[in-house]
Design a protein around this ligand. Structure first.
Ligand code: AMP
Ligand code: GLY
Length: 423
């Protein structure tokens, strides 16, 4: 089987790395990929949102399965594009249709879906620019901190958490005025949930599902969870407080109602569902859905999956997931992200990365890297995820930090306290 993976980050490198271990996978293409994926498969310089170009490539190479990494092509309807094309509809696409991806593509849609299906989540109101007075009234009825969310995709930047009312009102006006683009003109205002976050991801064929190893990512740029939000500075799996009792609640109150709700609403959801959860005094609430694997969660989850990922994908595509076994490595895994100086603000790229070959016993997943005249250089904010196993999370982290120290590029930065809140 020839497979095309769409995307260019650490998540896509992890998917490529894992699929390359399957004897049933003959060739892996990654569009557009990075300097790491080019060691695992063949990069194709194609835009993930240019469906026509992807179509031509899939036909030319005889590709039988497409795995969609990031959200934008899913929300843009890539799965429907393939399904509705008589030449492409035999190609299996791992990722939901446009309507299924609305769980991620519209916060309002997600909140209403949860309301309909009795899934625990923060109380909310949803407003468009013409409703500013109603929106301000809603804010006034609430308590600080105020949570404001742009409705549409905003690349992880569309959520504001604000401590006082005047500032919240000002930000609300800014969002209505288009601060987060047109998809952000609708604003969801939410009750603030205090607790500890974690990521639970399932893979589903629309009727059966498998719960992947649970992970926790560290989104803030600074140690102690301070500073701006990033794409993710590191992750660990498993999450010690997510014990059997807690995960039982997650499955019963959140996963099953979500799968059943999608089914009842006629959605044939085939792919990953990411539940961004808050544990509030031991009770799980949904903060957000994503229609894909998380990044950097994928960099700790996929190494812990012992089963053949290709078999799981075939199960998803054929609606036969129940017959595929999910075997998980008991050992904890951790990943530490090396990022460019300045990230998540502006940063320089094109910096030569040294020391990759000196690393031992970790897996290096490339994110923002590219090949340049025989050298590997930086090309993004998140550069390399250093993943390790250990007998404990701490041991895994120590190994990642040791190897992270051997890698060097101008401006390299990392968080030194991944996992700090789990001790
Ligand atoms: P999201 O993009 O929806 O994941 O939101 C980004 C981050 O904002 C989340 O990872 C949480 O840390 C925080 N957040 C979002 N919604 C809430 C909420 N209702 N209460 C507390 N924190 C939240
Ligand atoms: N790490 C969170 C995400 O992928 O959205």
């Amino acid at each position: 089987m020839k497979i095309l993976i769409i995307g260019s980050g650490g998540r896509e490198h992890a998917i490529a790395w894992k699929l390359s271990q399957s004897r049933k996978v003959t060739r892996i293409f990654i569009a557009p990929g990075n300097a790491g994926t080019s060691q695992t498969g063949i990069n194709a310089d194609l835009d993930p949102e240019n469906f026509e170009a992807l179509r031509a490539f899939v036909i030319e190479k005889g590709i039988g399965m497409v795995v969609v990494g990031p959200e934008a092509p899913l929300v843009g309807g890539i799965t429907d594009f393939f399904a509705n094309d008589p030449v492409l509809n035999h190609v299996d696409v791992i990722g939901p249709s446009k309507s299924g991806a609305m769980l991620e593509g519209s916060k309002q849609f997600a909140k209403e879906f949860m309301l309909r299906n009795n899934i625990p989540t923060a109380k909310f109101g949803s407003f468009v620019p013409g409703e500013i007075e109603k929106a301000v009234d809603f804010l006034k009825q609430g308590r600080p901190p105020y949570v404001l969310k742009a409705d549409g995709l905003a690349g992880g930047k569309g959520v504001l958490i604000i401590d006082n009312l005047p500032e919240a009102e000002a930000e609300l006006a800014g969002m209505f005025a288009g601060k987060f683009g047109s998809a952000g003109r609708r604003v969801v205002i939410e009750e603030f949930l205090g607790g500890i976050e974690l990521s639970v991801i399932v893979i589903t064929d629309g009727s059966d599902y498998k719960i992947l190893p649970v992970a926790k990512d560290y989104k803030r740029e600074g140690e102690g969870d301070t500073g701006l939000n990033t794409g993710g500075m590191g992750a660990v799996s498993p999450v010690p407080f997510a014990d059997e009792n807690f995960l039982g609640k997650v499955e019963e109150r959140i996963i099953i109602p979500t799968i059943e709700g999608l089914k009842r609403e006629g959605e044939k959801y085939r792919g990953f569902i990411f539940f961004g959860l808050m544990s509030v005094k031991g009770d799980p609430f949904v903060i957000e859905y994503n229609a894909r694997l998380g990044d950097p969660e994928a960099e700790v989850i996929l190494p812990r999956v012992k089963s053949d990922l290709y078999d799981l994908f075939v199960g998803v595509a054929k609606g036969e997931l129940a017959s595929v076994n999910l075997e998980v490595d008991e050992r904890p895994a951790a990943t530490v992200m090396l990022v460019s100086g300045g990230y998540p603000g502006s940063y320089e790229t094109g910096k030569v990365i040294r020391g990759l070959d000196s690393c031992r016993d970790s897996i290096l997943f490339h994110a923002g890297t590219r090949d340049s005249e025989g050298r590997i250089v930086t090309s993004g904010g998140r550069v390399i995820a250093v993943t390790s196993f250990g007998d404990t999370i701490d041991e895994a982290l120590q190994l990642s930090y040791r190897n992270a120290g051997l890698i060097d590029f101008y401006g390299k930065r990392l968080r030194r306290d991944i996992g700090f809140d789990l001790k």
